[in-house]
Write a protein that binds this ligand. Structure first.
Ligand code: HPA
Length: 272
């Protein structure tokens, strides 16, 4: 393990201990999960050696450990995006740190645009696979054969099943599809959206894929859920904007919270 990760692990372990916990990356729309944690311990990213500084106002960066309905959780509240700096490895230290602290399962959340008219803004979508349309990979520059990570079942089938079941139990609206990663920060063009639809994409976004690759490299069980904030470029007359995606994320948050509170309790009661 690199000394950078050692330092981060030591820093976080001193404050929250090492325990088997479910890890969750909170993107737009799921911030509310942090507010309902019991006995939360919050450590801003800026205090942790090697952790990224998130420059996006809606993504305050902090590690938050606590419990939800008795389930031990550790949250990465806020992420660093590739478009902020051009470093696809920005989330490597946080993800490796969770792994070293005993996390075995990581669920990622994000905001995404929908390519499908039957998957409306405000709903949630399970990510069942991805297309890396960015041309970069967070493992570029790493050494050893472990870097040739098999991504066949990157989105863990058993965990996906549990998420579908939690949606049924909770009554949350959950669709599913293939997430296409564009680097951002500009939104896509209508032609790009038409192109990736032909290629099999259902959702588009500017995050998550590098984290999934880093988490699989770390040997974590992974899944991801998007909160749909808009129809993708060219599908609606309305102009795309960050402000609009934030507004719809707030509206869809209740649906996400319903899904996640049920899922977390279920994974605690019946571990994978
Ligand atoms: N494109 C890319 N990223 C996004 C979108 C989108 O339409 N909506 C939310 N994040």
């Amino acid at each position: 393990m690199s000394t950078e990760i050692d330092k981060a692990v030591e820093f976080v372990r001193e404050r929250v201990g090492a325990q088997k916990r479910l890890g969750v990356v909170l993107g737009s729309g799921l911030g509310g999960l942090a507010d309902v944690l019991q006995d939360p311990i919050t450590i801003p990213y800026e205090q942790i050696p090697g952790f990224p500084l998130s420059g996006v106002a809606s993504h305050a960066g902090a590690v938050i450990a606590g419990h939800l309905k008795g389930a031990p959780l550790i949250l990465l509240a806020g992420r660093s995006h590739y478009y902020e700096h051009g470093n696809a490895r920005a989330m490597a230290v946080p993800i490796e740190t969770l792994k070293a602290l005993g996390v075995e399962t990581l669920i990622l959340t994000n905001a995404a645009g929908s390519l499908r008219k039957d998957v409306p803004p405000g709903s949630a979508s399970l990510i069942t696979d991805h297309i890396n349309f960015s041309g970069v990979n967070p493992l570029i520059g790493t050494q050893g054969n472990e870097r040739f990570v098999d991504l066949s079942d990157a989105y863990d089938p058993a965990l996906c099943e549990r998420i579908r079941a939690a949606a049924k139990t909770s009554g949350a609206e959950l669709h599913e599809g293939v997430y296409v990663w564009f680097s951002g920060p500009s939104f896509e063009t209508p032609a790009e959206i038409r192109a990736v639809r032909v290629l099999g994409g259902d959702l588009v976004g500017m995050s998550t894929v590098p984290e999934v690759i880093l988490a699989r490299y770390a040997g974590l069980r992974v899944s991801a859920v998007s909160l749909i904030t808009n129809y993708a470029a060219g599908m609606e007359a309305e102009e795309l904007s960050h402000a609009m995606t934030m507004k719809v994320a707030a509206e869809g948050a209740e649906n996400m919270m319903k899904l996640f509170t049920t899922l977390i309790a279920d994974l605690h009661a019946n571990p994978l």
